[in-house]
Design a protein around this ligand. Sequence first.
Ligand code: C5P
Length: 241
Amino acid sequence: MTDASQARARLALAADLPLEEGLRLYQQVAPHVAYAKVGLSLFVEHGPAAVVAFLKLGAKVFLDLKLHDIPNTVELAAARAGALGASLLTVHAAGGEAMLKAAVKGAREGARSKGHEAPKVLAVTVLTSMSAEDVASVGLSGAPEEAALRLAKLAVRAGVDGLVCSPREAEAFRRELGPTPFLCTPGIRPAGSAKGDQSRAETPAFAVRAGADLLVVGRPIHTAAEPLAAARAIADEVSTA
Ligand code: C5P
């Protein structure tokens, strides 16, 4: 693989836009971005059609549904995601070991039923929107980063393929969990770009050096005057980090 195709395989466009706009934008940046992230709003509005539309453009689909329910229900939902051809699927680590195992089982079986490669199941630990008070108020002990690492270890023990974490958490997760878990980091801001509501954003190079495998980028591409150039600059930074 060339540097450029390696960088492409490590970038996801967060398609938090109306579907037609998201599809247009993905087509523009596709030379530098392998994944399209379909989140809750697109999925609630369009359902599987949103996934199919990005797959038709040649995107790998990151289905960010953050599943959290009883194991049987999560297994069924993960199986549908696998059958759709998603490459990545998110679940909440706080759902516990049985739920996480059910997600992995469902995703694999669903993919196999349609001849797809199984999606990687990624666990979300503590939402980065939660303050220390929020974490304590839902009954998690310790500082948010301690709770996040505890949940990450639980999720890896349960057999998930990877974790979603902030670029700042990635370093600790990599150190504590070793080279195997696939680490995916949102909260990416190239130097000089607007932070928006991301209070703990880091640059693409920071995330790569911290051990991230996949970088999720939304507004730095959505709001760029030239999205293709913005995506190319991020990909270059990933290649040279
Ligand atoms: O626009 P921006 O680059 O901030 O988009 C980041 C994407 O990653 C959004 O889809 C957002 O929902 C998601 N995300 C995040 N922070 C987290 C988890 C997910 O920004 N902690």
